[in-house]
Design a protein. Structure first.
Length: 392
């Protein structure tokens, strides 16, 4: 059996280039930027007033000085003349500074006169001028490729006048549940049946990580049914099966993958949960067989599919990063396989859940982290530093 690290690196090496598309800004939220966003203009494009008040020459900002007001300028317009000493132009926020002016006297610091203003005894010394290019300058890389676009990125792209950002195409993923015992939610389960859950959790996760997913009809525990499901699963960048991946008499995934010419990358990984995981590739499609137990399937998705989708999208933001926290409870010696234990991180302390059975969705639902135990690691005590990954 190979280690988790070896399996992950083999899986990531299967990734091919995913193409680039242009999307409207309104559709760009959470998409991955495919090329650096470079500004072609200065922002603001001209010196602009930051306040409502009077544009003046800075040397005229003297207590009790009278200034004659020679006109006004509003946002979106300009003032035709240049101003001279002793003159002021009424100005509003966002309006370009008139030629000859270099400071704004805020209106609260002035007293109106018949043909002008007088400056109050006390006034704000600041200029209240936003200089050309003070936000950003033409030629600057403002957002690097590989960034998952946030709402603030979208606003920045809009201000740069980039209405059609280039983003990575969303990977297309097909998910197939396998099992005679499964029905979809909303169906009344027959005797001995349970409701398929993994599939829906998987779809939600992968949508969040930037892929588009289709849940296909449930494949039953026979080769023909699974082959048919796999036929409609392609074309796709990634096909995921859930369940049927162990070595039971009714586990057909590995055999059927082989029948449809999936070239194996690995089968079985020395980890808990999720030992019976397999992956391979046929033409441009990556195939991953996840274990059926709900916790195993969803934890393996975090450990394998999140970075896989990240690599497809060309972003580093989906790489799982190990962090450290203090243990809240004692742990026994670990077994031979690397163990990813469901845990709850609270106030810097990591409480490892008591029951680690891989069928317990209710435990996973309360967890927010995976405590990491290396193979054969000695017992750990409350207060020890332990590595963990965040679940999201
Ligand atoms: P398997 O890997 O097919 O042996 O399945 C292991 C366990 O996971 C069995 O108890 C299955 O009933 C359960 N299981 C398999 N697929 C799903 C699914 N999509 N949703 C919920 N439980 C499942
Ligand atoms: Mg099964």
């Amino acid at each position: 059996m190979i280690s988790y690290e070896q399996a992950l690196s083999k899986l990531l090496s299967l990734v091919e280039y995913i193409d680039v598309e242009e999307v409207n800004l309104e559709e760009a939220h959470h998409r991955v930027l495919a090329v650096d966003a470079i500004s072609s203009r200065d922002q603001p494009p001209f010196d602009t007033s930051a306040m409502d008040g009077y544009a003046v020459k800075k040397i005229d900002k003297v207590p009790h000085k009278n200034l004659s007001v020679i006109g006004k300028v509003t946002a979106g317009n300009s003032f035709a003349r240049s101003i001279s000493k002793g003159e002021a132009v009424r100005i509003f926020t966002g309006a370009p500074m008139p030629k000859g002016s270099n400071s704004v006297l805020i209106q609260e610091d002035t007293i109106p006169l018949e043909s002008g203003i007088t400056i109050c005894e006390k006034f704000e010394k600041k200029d209240f001028v936003r200089k050309k290019g003070c936000d950003y300058k033409a030629g600057e890389i403002l957002i690097q490729k590989g960034k998952i676009l946030s709402s603030f990125d979208i606003a920045l792209l809009a201000s740069m006048n980039l209405p059609l950002p280039k983003v990575k195409r969303q990977p297309r993923i097909s998910i197939i549940s396998t099992g005679d015992e499964l029905v979809f939610p909303g169906t009344v389960p027959g005797p001995n049946q349970i409701v398929a859950s993994n599939t829906f959790g998987l779809k939600a996760l992968m949508k969040k990580w930037g892929a588009t997913c289709h849940i296909l009809p449930i494949a039953r525990d026979n080769k023909l049914s699974l082959e048919k499901a796999l036929e409609i699963a392609v074309p796709a960048d990634l096909v995921i099966t859930v369940g049927g991946a162990s070595v039971g008499d009714h586990d057909y995934v590995s055999e059927v993958f082989r029948n449809i010419k999936v070239e194996y990358s690995f089968y079985k990984v020395a980890m808990r949960p999720g030992k019976p995981i397999l992956a391979g590739k046929n033409k441009g499609t990556i195939f991953v067989g996840l274990p059926g137990n709900p916790v195993s399937a969803l934890v393996c998705a975090h450990l394998f599919l999140k970075p896989l989708i990240g690599k497809m999208l060309g972003t580093r933001e989906l790489i799982n990063i190990e962090k450290k926290a203090f243990l809240q409870n004692d742990l026994p010696e670990n077994g031979k396989r690397k163990h990813f234990m469901r845990a709850l991180l609270k106030d810097g302390y990591l409480e490892v859940c008591k029951n680690q059975d891989s069928s317990l969705l209710s435990v996973l639902q309360k967890a927010n982290s995976l405590a990491i135990r290396e193979p054969n690691e000695p017992p750990a005590k409350k207060g020890d530093l332990i590595s963990y990954l965040e679940l999201d």
